[in-house]
Design a protein around this ligand. Sequence first.
Ligand code: DSN
Length: 423
Amino acid sequence: MTRDIEIFNLIEQELHRQEHGLELIASENFVSKQVMEAMGSVLTNKYAEGLPGKRYYGGCEVVDVVENLAIERLKKMFGAAWANVQPHSGAQANAAVMLGVLNPGDKILGFDLSHGGHLTHGSPVNFSGKLYKPSFYGVEPDSGLIDWDKVEATAKKEMPKLIICGASAYSRDWDYVRLRKIADEVGALLLADISHPAGLIVGKLLNDPIPHCHIVTSTTHKTLRGPRGGIIMMGKDFENPWGLKTPKGEPKMMSAILDGAVFPGTQGGPLEHVIASKAVAFGEALTVEYKEYTHQVKRNAHAMADAFVSLGYKIISGGTDNHLMLIDLRNKNISGKAAENALIKAHITINKNMVPFDDKSPFVTSGIRVGTAAITSRFMKEADMGNIVTLIDKVLMNADNDSLLAEVSKEVNQLMEGFPLYK
Ligand code: DSN
C-alpha cells in the first residue's frame, strides 16, 4: 500500500509543534513511547464487545488478559474495589454513569460550567442538561471558593438524585466527606469526576474521593498521563437502591448496572488497543518515578502561581492546590481570546477560559487557564516557572506587537530545546 505521506507529514509537523512549543493547556500531557506503542498496535484489529471472559466475539483470549491487567492496575492505583476501563472518554464515562443511575427527567446537581465545572455535569448544550434536570452550585465572588453550606442548601432545595463534584478549572481541593454527608441527607448518589486531578490523587497530594463517593469517573490523558480515554471506579460495590433484581432474583449490584451502562448502554466495541495503552500508563503510574512526577507537577504549579501573583495577575481563589490555575485578566486589559491568540504566536499554548461571574461570552472570555502537567513531563522544575511567567507577561503586555511575539517564539523554541521530547 502506498504510504499516506499527506497524513504522516502532518504528524511530523505536529511533533515539531509539540517539541518546540511551551504546552500549558491544563488538560494535556505527553505520554511515554510505550503508551503510544500500545495504542498503535494490532489490538486495534480486534472486536471484543462485552467484558473479559464474557464476550460476544471469539478470539478474545489475549485481549481478555490485557483488559484484566488494566482493571487490576487501576484498582491498585486508587484502592478501588471495581473498575471499568472501556469508556472512550471522560464524557462517555459520565454518560454511562448517568444512564445507569438516572431516569430521563431526574434531577442532578453539578458545579457550574462558567465557574469551572464541566459540560457533562448538566450544561444545557450537553446530553446531561438535555436528558436530566440540572441545578448548579458555584464559587463565591470574593474568595473564588465553593461554599459547602451553600451546596448543602441547594441540594436540600433541589433534592437531586445525583450530586456531581469535580471540575475543569477549579484550583482547590474538594471536601468529599462533607459532600457525601450532603448526598446522604438528600438521598442522592455522589459522583466525583476527577479527570483533572486524578494523578495528584494517585500521588496522595489531594483528598481521596474513593472512600466517600459512590462512583468516581476520570479521563486517563490529563495528569494520569495515559492515552485519551475514560474510566469508572467504585471504592466499594453496593446493591442498587431501587430494588432492581438480576434474572436469578438477586439484588443487582451497582457494578453490573455500570458495566451494562457502558456496554451495551452507551458504547459498542471497546478500544482494546487504547485499553492496552491505559494498562501501560497505569503500570507507569504505580512507579515511584510517577509519584515523584506528581509532586513536581504540584510544586511547579505553586511556583507558577506565585510568579503570576508577583506580577499582579489575579488568580481565582488566590492560588492553587493542584496542577492548574485560572487567571482573571480583566485588570490586565486583555481578553482570554486575545491572550490565547497572542500566546500562540509566541508558541505558548494555553486556553481561554470563562472566569466566575464573567461579563464576556465563552468565545471571548475574561480569563485563561494554565497547568503544569505537560511541562513537568518534560522535566521542567520550579526554577523554570518564573521564566515562563515572564515570557507570558511579555506577550500579554505586547499582544499587538507581532515582531516582539516572533522574538518571544524564538526564545520559547530555544528554551524547549533544553527539555527534549521523545529523544
Ligand atoms: N476539555 C477538557 C479540559 O480541557 O479540561 C474538559 O473536557
